[in-house]
Design a protein around this ligand. Structure first.
Ligand code: GLA
Length: 383
């Protein structure tokens, strides 16, 4: 994260004293995709890439913000009707509004931010931005909001200001991240456990297809809708089923005739994925990375064939991984483009990367991007 760029950018755009500097990371997710809004488990970790923002209160009711990477400026008030036009500014505005809705008293501020989480790569650049401002404003205005609520503020920003009906995983990981540990999170109760992750002899690497699909947010919301429709159908026979997380494949089969074939497939994926997270957890306790990898391939298959959120490029990268003997590989995050996450034996790493780069380039005309995963701390004040 480029702190110097932010400090220089802030000083260049705003006269006077320096502000405080805050940072929040993006995230990876080992397994548990599209389970969060189904009340299920996820297994994310914060990474060493994220957003950095310098912020100084300005004593007015106006926010003046610079997105340094885009070289764009936005200025907006804090009332509902003051929503800015730029997408990036909506994240900051949304966080302010969600704080105010919860009774927090905040005022205007001057800010400049920059990030190194690749946009649209499935590493949650938006959650990193939301968490940075939620965390910072909570401190700067001494609001006393707890970390769980800070994560919910980021999530509500997506729902109410950005049109994405996301779960809590990304914002939770960005706020609660801990160096060297993944987080096993129950997305219903928000109970969580840090899981030290040090797969000796293996590397975790992301391959970014560098594909961003249009309309990803409407397709995402549609998946969520399918899950809720099926959960409601199951609930008629089994009132205890709040989310698909509570359902079994038997329960799903009971309503097979009542739901569409598409919704059935979506729900089948989710029910199996919730189970896979638990199996990965048990395997990790034993250091059994072969099973972890096998489940990752299972997730990919499910996301590709049942949930249908993969794409040609990601399926291709997954096939290359299989061919190279990579232990586990799958599309990561919401899907519709972005990265695969790969668990690779160190001895195979160089060969795999070489093969993935050349095969991908031959097929799609450009290379994928590679990111080594360093599991890092969550939202924090830097200066
Ligand atoms: C996006 C959402 C998350 C989660 C993942 C899929 O990253 O923001 O809430 O649903 O997709 O697991």
């Amino acid at each position: 994260m480029d702190v110097e760029k932010v400090r220089k950018g802030f000083a260049g755009h705003f006269d006077g004293a320096a502000g405080s500097v805050y940072a929040s990371p993006g995230r990876i997710n080992l397994i548990g995709e599209h389970t969060d809004y189904n009340g299920g488990f996820v297994f994310p970790g914060a990474i060493d890439k994220g957003m950095v923002a310098e912020i100084r209160l300005n004593g007015t009711g106006t926010v003046r913000a610079w997105a340094l990477d885009l070289d764009e400026y936005a200025e907006f008030g804090l009332n509902e009707q003051d929503a800015p036009r730029q997408q990036w500014a909506k994240y900051i505005f949304g966080v302010c509004r969600e704080i105010i809705k919860r009774g927090g008293t905040i005022g205007g501020f001057d800010t400049a931010f920059s990030g190194d989480v690749p946009l649209g790569a499935g590493m949650s650049s938006s959650a990193a931005l939301e968490s940075t401002y939620a965390f910072a404003l909570n401190e700067l205005f001494a609001l006393g909001i707890d970390k769980f609520e800070l994560a919910r503020i980021g999530q509500a920003t997506e729902h109410n200001y950005c049109g994405v009906m996301c779960g809590i995983m990304d914002q939770f990981a960005s706020i609660f991240g801990k160096k060297g540990s993944l987080i096993l999170l129950d997305c219903r109760s928000l109970e969580y456990k840090y899981f030290p992750f040090d797969p000796v002899g293996y590397k975790l690497v992301l391959l970014d297809s560098a594909v961003k699909h249009e309309l990803a947010s409407s397709a995402y919301n549609k998946r969520r809708q399918s899950c809720e429709t099926v959960a409601a159908a199951i609930r008629r026979n089994h009132p205890e089923v709040e989310f698909l997380r509570d359902a079994t494949l038997d329960m799903l089969n009971e309503v097979k005739a009542e739901v569409s074939a598409e919704d059935y497939l979506r729900a089948e994926y989710v029910i199996e994925e919730v189970q896979r997270v638990m199996e990965v957890c048990a395997a990790l306790e034993k250091g059994d990375y072969e099973t972890v990898g096998e489940k990752m391939y299972g997730t990919h298959k499910g996301m590709s064939k049942q949930y249908e959120v993969s794409c040609e490029e990601l399926d291709f990268l997954n096939d290359v991984a299989k061919r190279c003997g990579v232990t586990g590989s799958r599309v990561m995050g919401g899907g519709f483009g972005g990265c695969t996450i790969n668990l690779v034996k160190e001895a195979l790493y160089d060969g795999f990367v070489k093969e993935a780069f050349s095969a991908y380039k031959e097929k799609f005309g450009h290379e994928p991007k590679l990111y080594d995963v360093v599991i890092s701390d969550g939202a924090r004040k830097l200066y």
